[in-house]
Design a protein. Sequence first.
Length: 223
Amino acid sequence: MVIEELVARAKERGFHTVAVTDHSKSSAFAGGLTVERLERHVDNVRRVAESTTGVRVLAGSEVDILPDGSLDYDDRTLALLDIVVASPHAQLGMEGEKATTRLVRAVSHPRVAVLGHPTGRLIDRRVGLGADLGPVFAAARANRVALEINAHWLRLDLRDVHVRAAVEAGCLIAIDCDVHAAGEFANLRYGVATARRGWVTAAGCVNAWDADKLWEWLRSKKG
C-alpha cells in the first residue's frame, strides 16, 4: 500500500493523524528497512506530509524488540522518527523472566511511544510470549508508553483480559488497525470492541485524544 493511498483512506475516515510505520531491518520476512532505506522512507513520508491537508502524516517505524530487549535501530536512527512502535516478532516462545525483562527493557527506552502487540500471539496459531505482564504494565505507565491493541482479527493483542489489567494499572492504550491494504481500516472495529471489553476510557486511549494532546505526548517521546 503506497503512502498516498494510506493517507487518503485515513483522511476519508476522519482521522486527524496517521502514522506510517514500516518494519525495521530484522523483520526481513516483512521487507524490513535497512537504515538507508528507512532514511529514504522518512524523506518520502515527509514529502507526502508537506503536500497533504486535513490530516497530519507522521514518519515512524515498527521497530523489532530483539531477544535481549534492545531495539533494532540505534538511537541516532530512532531520533529521525516522529513515532516509535516497539514490537516483538522473533523468539516468541520465550517465557518467564527473560520474556518479562525483554519487554520491560523495550518500554523503558525513552524514544518508545507504543509497545506493539505485546505478546505476539496469533489466534489459534501461536501462544506468544509468556511474560509476566504486571511489571511490563508498571514500566509502561512509568514511561508513558501506550500498550497496543492490534485490531487485526488474527491478533487482537492485547486481548481483552490483558487490556483490563493494563487499565487497572493506569496504562495508556493505543488501538492500531495494522493496515497493509485499504480494506484493513475496517479492522478498527475489532480493536474498539476489545478496548470496550477491557473498560478503556477515552481519556486513556491515545486514539481518542485531540490532535494537540496527541502531538504533545509524541513530542515528549523525542526528548
